[in-house]
Design a protein around this ligand. Structure first.
Ligand SMILES: [Zn+2]
Length: 113
């Protein structure tokens, strides 16, 4: 059984889970969008142009969403292991205030700057 880190704000874990759910929903919508456009390609040029443009916007979101999901899973696994969320650059504890704003962050404010 993992030792809970008493100093870790329990709110952070709840926020991370909420954010993960949001991002996974977005990822599912992006994937659905891509599958949908593969099936239904318009033959009219104006429509096709709009679809292509949308695809580019949607595709730009995909890597970012994946990176954010990975960061949140990483943070959650550290919490599950009872580890404090510390800065990966300087090793100092990331303040709860910062985690409340950016739960998936891996760095303290001074290292991220
Ligand atoms: Zn740092």
């Amino acid at each position: 059984m993992a030792v809970r880190n008493a100093e870790q704000d329990p709110e952070i874990e709840a926020q991370l889970r909420e954010q993960l759910a949001t991002l996974e929903g977005r990822l599912a919508r992006i994937t659905a969008h891509q599958m949908n456009t593969d099936r239904e390609v318009s033959h009219d040029w104006p429509d096709r142009a709009i679809e292509v443009q949308n695809d580019e916007v949607v595709e730009a979101l995909l890597p970012r969403t994946r990176v954010e999901i990975a960061a949140i899973r990483h943070a959650l696994s550290r919490i599950a292991a009872g580890e404090a969320l510390t800065c990966e650059s300087c090793g100092k504890r990331i303040p709860s205030k910062r985690l409340a704003i950016i739960p998936e962050t891996r760095h303290c404010a001074s290292c991220a700057a």
